[in-house]
Design a protein around this ligand. Structure first.
Ligand SMILES: CCC[C@@H]1OC(=O)[C@@H](C)C[C@H](C)CCCCC(=O)CCC[C@@H](CC)/C=C/C=C(\COC)CC[C@@H](O)[C@@H](O)C[C@H](O)CNC1=O
Length: 157
């Protein structure tokens, strides 16, 4: 059971460590080329949510993040025992939400640095916490689809 909270802590540690390195070693706006025009490390700050929406609405972000955290912990206590994949997904979401929450609390903005340009589209610059959040959300969707298929098969018998 506690394994999943350790996974969340690991996500938070890696997220905060990478953000710390970016802040300490790169100027704001500085860009490092990793893979040609595809992948750069760009030191960026975002006081909003995805795609920079709701800039500066920290009060709103605190409330949403606390709701997300309570919801995730509730479902972890409920489903972690029987469904490992769901527990891992929820740990990733918890870790990602807390990672960005720490930035919002202490920096009043989020540090971003993964800068991908896919088919000419400069995807919004993001961080480890965002990656964990998106991975967790996708995993929850997959688990839900698998469970529904299982239930359907049982009902058909
Ligand atoms: C990942 C959610 C964003 C993250 O939410 C959080 O913190 C949560 C815990 C708290 C928010 C206040 C509430 C979620 C709002 C929902 C949302 O936003 C819709 C998201 C859809 C999603 C498809 C599933 C797209 C994903 C986009 C991006 C990530 O792609 C990998 C681009 C990230 C860059 O814009 C970067 O500047 C963002 C910056 O780091 C701050 N991050 C946040 O606000």
């Amino acid at each position: 059971m506690y394994l999943y909270y350790i996974l969340a802590l690991l996500v938070i540690a890696i997220d905060q460590l990478t953000k710390w390195v970016i802040v300490k070693t790169m100027e704001l706006g500085e860009q490092l080329t990793v893979i040609g025009n595809f992948f750069h490390l760009t030191s960026h700050r975002n006081s909003g949510a995805a795609w920079g929406i709701l800039q500066g609405q920290m009060g709103f972000f605190y409330i949403i993040t606390i709701i997300v955290m309570i919801g995730v912990i509730y479902f972890m206590q409920k489903y972690a025992k029987e469904n490992k994949l769901a527990a891992i997904a929820l740990s990733l979401i918890l870790g990602g939400a807390i990672g960005n929450f720490i930035d919002r609390l202490f920096r009043k903005e989020v540090v971003d640095f993964f800068d991908f340009t896919i088919f000419g589209y400069d995807y919004p610059i993001f961080n480890i916490a965002d990656s964990a959040l998106v991975a967790g959300v996708i995993l929850v969707i997959i688990v839900t689809i698998i469970d529904e298929r299982k239930e359907k098969r049982q009902n058909d018998k």
